[in-house]
Write a protein that binds this ligand. Structure first.
Ligand SMILES: [Zn+2]
Length: 379
């Protein structure tokens, strides 16, 4: 059956934002997996917390050489699980693997095994040489090896891409976990129901996997890339702010971090209400968000604008100078203890001034901050 095409040829559609520079001639820095398979491997690992286990991965390679895991299997009934090695049940692999390849058109793209709590979260020397030999002898071109670990009731599985161009220089790849189930999961599970062996563990529990941007909170670094507290000197400023809030409210404030790595400080007032301070991503260029109970205000703060408007910290925020001192002034103005500032700095000037606060050591431009405005013209 042929479909009639329009006249002329059209450039292939290339979606933006998902390309990788490595290309097909080097081990990919990325591995794609559907969440059903990501979870399936986790459940398999959790079945064997103290001993090696493993299985095979089926799917495709993209044109750029990125593996896409569409279906994972675990150990067959007669697999050999030992403390320091795992051998798959060969009959199981042959029967199931062949059916997956023949009936569902997937390819055998990789393997996974768990080093349980051996403390080795990457391929062992033996794993790497086995991969190199296999790629060479079986003419595989590339292979995805995933290494798992198990600790504290959580499994961690990370991808390593091997490529024929450089057999011993495999990549520590990152996962792109697609949030949907693989369309092959239900299909193959039901078609091969009489031969498949599934994990006993019902629920996946993931650890600290390497995930590309949009990292889950448990492996997110303490603070996001440009957050003010990434600068160690600013931790002293936060301490000063907390001390100030303690003195102001008469209670010990608590400091909490949200899942995006941003910090809030809470302090109870004498009336049992709460003062809440939130430091947004743009702080200190951007004002903190300060929520004060009405009873805690000395008098209605004088805001230059509107009558019905609730005064906000940003109405009083001056981002130049010492951060803790700026905070104190802003807070006391919001409470009505201090009058509003006489001259509110103009926007561009404020932005310029806070550079000193946010980036105290402007040495060379960093690769992760390609900001044209900040880069120095070479002379
Ligand atoms: Zn191993």
């Amino acid at each position: 059956m042929s479909r009639k095409h329009g006249k002329g040829s059209q450039a292939p559609y290339s979606p933006a934002g998902h390309s990788l520079s490595t290309g097909p001639y080097a081990p990919s820095e990325l591995a794609i997996i559907y969440s059903s398979e990501f979870d399936y491997i986790s459940r398999c690992i959790l079945d064997y917390p103290d001993i090696e286990t493993g299985g095979q991965l089926f799917g495709f390679w993209t044109a750029e050489g990125v593996p896409v895991v569409l279906y994972a299997i675990g150990p067959g009934r007669y697999a050999n699980h030992q403390a320091t090695f795992f051998n798959q049940d060969i009959d199981y692999l042959k029967t199931v693997g062949q059916a997956i390849i023949d009936r569902f058109g997937l390819q055998h793209i990789g393997e996974w095994h768990s080093h349980h709590h051996l403390g080795l979260d990457h391929p062992s020397g033996h794993d790497a040489s086995t991969m190199a030999t296999s790629i060479e002898h079986l003419d595989l071109h590339r292979f995805l090896l995933c290494i798992g670990t198990c600790a504290g009731g959580r499994s961690t599985i990370n991808p390593y891409n091997f490529h024929e161009s450089d057999l011993y220089n495999y990549s520590y790849a990152r996962w792109r976990v697609l949030s949907i189930d693989s369309p092959f999961r239900a299909l193959i599970d039901s078609s091969l129901a009489d031969i498949l062996v599934h994990p006993y563990t019902r629920t996946a529990s993931h650890g600290a996997e390497r995930i590309e941007d949009g990292t889950p909170e448990q492996i997110r670094p303490m603070y996001t890339q440009h957050y003010w507290l990434r600068d160690k000197a600013n931790n002293l400023q936060l301490k000063k702010i907390v001390d100030f809030l303690a003195a102001s409210t008469g209670s010990m404030p608590s400091v909490r971090m949200d899942e995006a790595g941003r910090v809030s400080v809470y302090a109870d007032t004498a009336t049992g209400e709460q003062v809440e301070v939130f430091f947004p991503d743009g702080f200190p260029t951007e004002a903190p968000e300060i929520t004060l109970p009405e009873s805690y205000r000395v008098q209605a703060a004088q805001v230059p604008v509107g009558d019905a408007l609730m005064p906000m910290a940003r109405d009083f925020w001056e981002s130049d100078g010492d951060i803790a001192e700026s905070f104190r002034l802003c807070y006391e103005r919001l409470r009505g203890v201090l009058p509003p500032p006489l001259d509110i700095p103009e926007q561009p000037e404020a932005e310029h001034e806070t550079k000193k606060l946010a980036e105290p050591e402007p040495t060379e431009p960093t690769a992760d901050a390609p900001d044209e405005k900040n880069s120095q013209p070479s002379v």
